[in-house]
Design a protein around this ligand. Sequence first.
Ligand code: FE2
Length: 401
Amino acid sequence: MIKKIQSDQLVLGMYVHDLDCGWMAHPFLINQFALTHPSEIDKIIQYGIRAVYIDTERGLDAPGAPTEAEVRKQLDIALAPVLQASKKRVPHAVLSDELVIAKRVLTEAQDVVQDILSDVRLGRQVELERVEPVVEKMIESVLRNPGALTSLGRVKQKDHYTFQHSVNVGVLLVNFCQHLGLARDVTRDAAIGGLLHDIGKMKTPDTILNKPGKLSDQEFSVMREHVTQGVNILRNVPGISSVSLSVAAQHHEHMDGGGYPAGLKGSEISQLGQMAAIVDVYDALTSLRVYHSAMEPTQALRKLFEWSPGHFSVDLVQRFIQCIGIYPVGTLVRLESGFIAIVIEESSTDLLRPVVRIVHDGKKDCPTTPRDVDLAKPSVTDRIMGNESAEKWKINTRAYV
Ligand SMILES: [Fe+2]
C-alpha cells in the first residue's frame, strides 16, 4: 500500500515510493529506493523535502499514516471550493485567432532570451531595451486571450529547455499578475524577471547544467549557485527594477524557509518572489525532461496544492489554480459519455465545466467528427471524469485548438 508520511518520521527499512517534490529540488535521481542508511534520511530532510510516499509492501509500514487514496480524497475536498470560487475573465479574442499571434510572440521572446543568455555567456552586458518590446507583446496577447500563449508554452523541444522555460516563466507571470489585477508596470517588471530568472545558469559549467545523469552533492550545490550568480549579473543591468530582481533572487525560496539561497521564510519573500516559485515549479513539472515525463497540467496543479503549506503560499497557489484553470486550454479529458475531448475554452463561471471539442470515441477507440460542447450549459449533462494522455490516444491536441 502507498502511504504518505512526514520526512522526519522516516526510519530505515522503509521503501520510498515517491519523493514527492517535483524532481528539481533534490539530488536523488532515483525516485524510488529502500532506505538503508541514515544519511539518506538526513539528505531528504536537508533538501527541504517535507513528506514522501512510501510503499508498505516493499518496506516497513507507517501505522496511522494516510494512504495515497485518502490524501487524494482530502485534496479534492479542499480543492472544490477553490475551483468554484473562481471568476475568469471572458477573453476578448477567439483562441484560434490569438494562437496565430501568440506563436509569433513566443518565437520572438525565445529568440530574444536566447540571444541575451548567449551574450551573458560571452561576458556581454544585458540590455533591457531588447526585452521590453516583446514583454509588451506578451502582455497584450495575455490580455486578449490568456489561454493562447500559456497553452503554446507547454510544448518544448528538449534541446532548448533553459530558453523555453525562461520564456514560459515570463508568460505565466504575466498571466498570474493579470489574474491578480496587479498594475501594468508591475506585470512588465515581473515578466522581465521571469524571462531572465535563470540567467545565472549561463555561469554554471555545461558539464553540470546538461549532465544527463545524477548530480553529486557538490555538483548540486554548484547548480544552486545560479540564483546568486543571476542576481550578481542583473544587479548591474541599468534600469532593472526591484520587482525583476526579486523574481530572479527568490524563485527557489520556500515559505517554510527550506529553499535557497537565503532560506527566507513567509513574508520575508516578496509577493512576486512567491509567485515566481509557483510558476517555476509548474512549468518544470509540465515539461518533458531527460529525467521525467511531462505531467498533465491538472496533475501539476494538484501537486502544487499538495505542497503549498510548506513550499508555497497557500493563498497564491489557490489563485494560480484559478488563474490557469484546473483543465487549462489544450488539456485532453475523458467525458462521462466515454468521448475524449480537448479543452478549447475555459468557462467564466465553473472551472470544472469548460468548453470542449470532442475528437475521439473512447469506447470504440476511433476518431469522431469534431464537435464543440459547452459543459457549463444547463442543458448539457455530460461532464469531465478526468485527464487523458494524448500519447496514449495518439491525439495531437495542438491540431484541434
Ligand atoms: Fe532556477
